[in-house]
Each structure stands twice: as structure tokens, then as C-alpha cells.
Write a protein that binds this ligand. Sequence first.
Ligand code: OSB
Ligand code: MG
Length: 368
Amino acid sequence: MRIENIELRHTKMELVSPFETSLGVELHEEHIIVRVDCEGVTGWGECVVEPTPSYSYETLQTAWHILGDFIIPSLLGKDFPDLQSALSQFSWVRGHRMAKAGVEAALADAFAKSQGISLSKYLGGTRKTVPVGVSVGLQATPAELVRVIGGYLQDGYKRIKIKIAPGRDIELVKAVRKEYPDILLQVDANSAYTLDDIAMMKEMDDYNLQLMEQPLGYDDIYDHSLLAREIKTPLCLDESIYNVSDTKCALALGSCKIINIKPGRVGGYTESIRIHDYCASLNVPVWHGGMDESGVGRAGNVALASLPNFSLHGDISATKRYYKKDIMEPEFVLNADGTMTVPDKPGIGVEIDWVELEKVTEKKAVYK
Ligand code: OSB
Ligand code: MG
């Protein structure tokens, strides 16, 4: 496939409700939507960078720079027999995984469409539906959190993840467990704690949590291994895992028993699948994380999550949990059994809503 044009759009979409985590409060999601045109086929991908370097060191500006000045020029006008040969053009770029993942996603969509198969099939997915859950931000009070969770349970979600932060942890879990003693419940700290907080984390053991996600430093695999020895709740790493070698290191050290895979964080689908396969070889379950994507990113997430070892519920929720109006149609909905259906049309399997995409575009650049 010959790559003719690549287009970047900085998009800004209003969330239906503010999303608060230990990293701060978000009212909007700003990402970069990548479009690749090749010989009559158009591929779409979402680069999940944020305006500020908080969850990741990458930002909208660094990704725009790396894409526009290095990655896109390495691809334009060239003809590639397959995805891997296209990716090899910019494998020399170190880091900047979210930038790379956005382009890989658009290229993978284009290759899948050119073969007339779904992205799920193209990536090696085996399931028609995937189990999903919802990630619930910090709320003003424990009572409000319980109320919000009640709404999601009513919607049919079978797994709830709550965000925690210092001073807003045990009391939240206690309140949720009192009201809902049996739900699948997990917590995510986004690196807000240190080993000095071990007493709080030991207390978490009393609440039958499915897992605790990234309690310690975003780059601290070693301290997680020390924490894991002190508590019963299984640890899951998000921020600390950038690739399969981090995965090997974390599992060998005993830093976690579960991995959250986000293609943006690890540099794309190819690295995600390497991590997925390595974990599968050790019987370590993985699940698909989320970055509050639009329908472009969500479609890719659902496709990747259809691989067999994504056995735990993903942070892949219905469109209406995030946005009033999406830039793709149809919107993603939750099935009655708490799963989401994997699109089976070619590529990502959803269509652009051009009017909405134009509305949310802040800035656009076309590279030819
Ligand atoms: O830590 O998993 C996280 C969103 C943005 C950045 C980091 C995280 C999250 C979420 C939301 O938890 C997951 C979703 O998309 O539903
Ligand atoms: Mg997380």
C-alpha cells in the first residue's frame, strides 16, 4: 500500500462529567486523530496524548512534533507490503510511544480495510464480544461515589474501578463495599502513594478487591515488588509498563500479577500483542485499559481486547459514559450481559461523523 497523505487533527471533546483522578480533574479530552490515505483506503487512529505531561511525559505538542517532523516523513510516498515494514521506518525513534501508537493504529486500520477484514481479525482477535467495566473518577463525597456507581450497575456494568488518592481511599472503598458487598471492584491510584503508605494498602486487603492498580511511582517497578510481598490484594501495573521487557522485569520481580495494556502507553498494537502473548505464556491475565478515547480509539481498543488473554474486564465503556456526541457512528453500547460487541465490518468497523469531527477539530495539518 502506498501512503499518499497523512492528516493530523488536534481534537477537543467535552466529557459528560468531570473526570477526577489523583493526577487532577479533566473536563475535556484533547487527543490527536490520525488519518492515513493510501490508494483509495482511509485508515484512522487516535493518539491518546494529553495537553499536559502528567499521566505520560508526552504532550499534544511533543506528539505533534514527533509525528510531523519524523514519523510522517518516514512514511509518505512509500509503498509497504505490510504493517511491519511501515513500522520499521520509524522504529529508530526512541520513546514517544503515544505518537507511534496513533500512527500504527491508522496504518493497521488501513491494512485491515485493504484486506476486507475487521481490525479484530487482522490483530488475531478470537472473540465476538469482550467483557468491559467502567472507571469511576473521584467524587465529591463517598455517598456521591456510591450513587454514581449505582447508576453504572443499573446500566449493566459487571466490574467497577474507582480512583483513589491520598486521604480519599479507605473511606471510599468502605462506603462502596457497604452498599455493594459482592461486585467486582478494583482501585487505581495513578502512582499517588509511596511505601510509607503501606498501612493503608494493607487495610485494603479487607475489602476483597480484584486488584490494586499502580499505587506507587510511575517508573518504580522495584518498590512495587516490595509492596507486593506485604499485601494480599493482587497488584496490577499501568504506568510502569512501557513494553514487553518491562513486563518481563515486573513479573520476574513479583511486582504485579496482572498487567493493564494500553496500546498508546506501550507504543502500539504490535507491542501490546507482544505483552499479551508473553503474559499468556505465563498464565498471567491482562486487561485493556482506556484513555477516555473517542470512538476512533475505542474501536481499536475493542478490537485489541478481542485477543484471548484479555480475560479481565477492560476500561472500555459505552460512548455515553464519556461523550454526549461521538465523532464516530454507531456509538458503542453496553450489552445486557456487561460485554461490548467487537465491530465485524472491515477495519475499525465504525464510520466518521464528519460534521461532529469538524466541530471538535481545534487544529489540522495535512502532510503530502
Ligand atoms: O489510569 O487508567 C488510567 C484515563 C486517562 C488516563 C489514565 C487512566 C484513565 C482511566 C479511564 O482510568 C479509562 C477509560 O477510558 O475508561
Ligand atoms: Mg490506570
